[in-house]
Design a protein around this ligand. Structure first.
Ligand code: ADP
Ligand code: MG
Length: 366
């Protein structure tokens, strides 16, 4: 045996446990940004501004004009499993916030330097707070600011040397993924005005995205991807699946049964595919939560391939269903989702897409 007392089973110390688990919650910079953006959305913000330095390796800052944070929460906010969003398990059934696990900020503290500046709307001054790796307050000072919250992360993954090194090698690619994830939040009609600016270490500034905060999906698509992209899209109307498609997915529906899903979908026409990979410009949501429903994504791409075998489509697909039929608590990043009646959903999406494509000219068809 290489380890002293190797036969004895002993607890890992708390700080080590915390670091090990945090690395699983915040896997990469996209998830770090996603957690901050979701917190700003949950705080009822109407403006969210993001500033990223050197592809995220220097800093990531998210500034919102939401409710702000009350003084008595300054310490609780970064403690593991402390949340203002749920109190007991049953609350998940009618969850209306994106967060609920109370572990993003505590995890971020153990992975990078975290500084929060906030002013609750009920008070006149703001406070800037710095936290240590255990999420404990190191310093607190008064600052002048508008109501709302700014969270700044510096030196991300500095406490996980292997991940930091890997990230520095691949940061341009990671940054592209981060932008795509951010677009998912910008596209969904929410009335929130987003902006994101990237500054490189030599001072070059680029605007990654900016939306008007309009409530329309089409306007958001124009803001994020330009008018040309919008012109290539068609709207998919929900079609009740016929017996044949239901059988294919081994499900049945009685004639009078209400469908358990509604869909809201724009997709490229068959002659207007674009992306070289399916992850390029495809955005899926369940009850407006951006996520990666793998089976649905695979199905959409398979069907599209029947009409255009050379390209991938732009996809915007939001599924609406009762929140009691959705389990988002599968992975810490909540990107995987368990859906009751998933096979019925697949049948609905298949019928709806086939109906929409049937009269359109296809291209590159094999
Ligand atoms: P969760 O979002 O799951 O509750 P987090 O660790 O992301 O857990 O955040 C902890 C708590 O901090 C939240 O429940 C919320 O009360 C508060 N909080 C975090 N970010 C903000 C913000 N931008 N504005 C207001 N409150 C915030
Ligand atoms: Mg959160």
């Amino acid at each position: 045996p290489h380890i002293e007392n190797s036969g004895q089973i002993k607890p890992i110390d708390d700080a080590t446990v915390h670091k090990i688990c945090s690395g699983q919650v915040v896997l990469n910079i996209s998830i770090a940004l996603k957690e901050l953006v979701e917190n700003s959305i949950d705080a009822d913000s109407s403006i969210i501004d993001i500033y990223i330095k050197e592809f995220g390796s220097e800093s990531i800052e998210v500034i919102d004009n939401g409710t702000g944070i009350k003084k008595y929460n300054f310490q609780n906010l970064t403690l593991k499993h402390f949340t203002s969003k749920i109190q007991q398990f049953n609350d998940l059934e009618h969850l209306c916030t994106l967060g609920f696990r109370g572990e993003a900020l505590s995890s971020l503290c153990s992975l990078c330097d975290v500084e929060i500046s906030t002013r609750h709307y009920s008070v006149d001054t703001g406070t800037r707070i710095k936290y240590n790796a255990d999420g404990k307050i190191i310093s607190e000072e008064l600052v002048a600011r508008q109501p709302g919250t700014s969270v700044i992360l510096k030196n991300i993954f500095s406490t996980l040397p292997v991940r930091r090194k890997q990230f520095l090698k691949t940061m341009r690619k990671e940054f592209t993924k981060l932008c795509t994830l951010l677009y998912a939040y910008c596209l969904i009609p929410s009335g929130i005005r987003y902006s994101c600016t990237h500054t490189t270490s030599n001072g070059t500034k680029t605007k990654v995205v900016s939306t008007d905060g309009n409530k329309s999906l089409r306007e958001n698509i124009v803001n994020v991807f330009g008018i040309k992209q919008l012109a290539t899209l068609i709207e998919i109307k929900l079609v009740r699946p016929e017996e044949e498609i239901l059988n294919e997915f081994c499900v049945s529906l009685c004639p009078g049964d209400e469908l358990p899903f509604e869909i809201d979908c724009l997709i490229s026409t068959a002659v207007h595919g674009s992306g070289r990979s399916s992850s390029d410009r495809q955005f899926y949501y369940i009850n407006r939560r951006p996520c990666e429903p793998h089976k649905l994504m695979k199905l959409v791409n398979e069907i599209y391939r029947q009409f255009n075998s050379k390209q991938y489509p732009f996809v915007y697909l939001n599924i609406t269903t009762k929140s009691s039929l959705v389990d988002v608590n599968i992975t810490p990043d909540k990107r995987q989702i368990f859906l009751q009646n998933e096979k019925i959903l697949l049948a609905i999406v298949k019928s709806s897409l086939l109906e929409a494509f049937k009269d359109l000219p296809s291209t590159y068809k094999m």
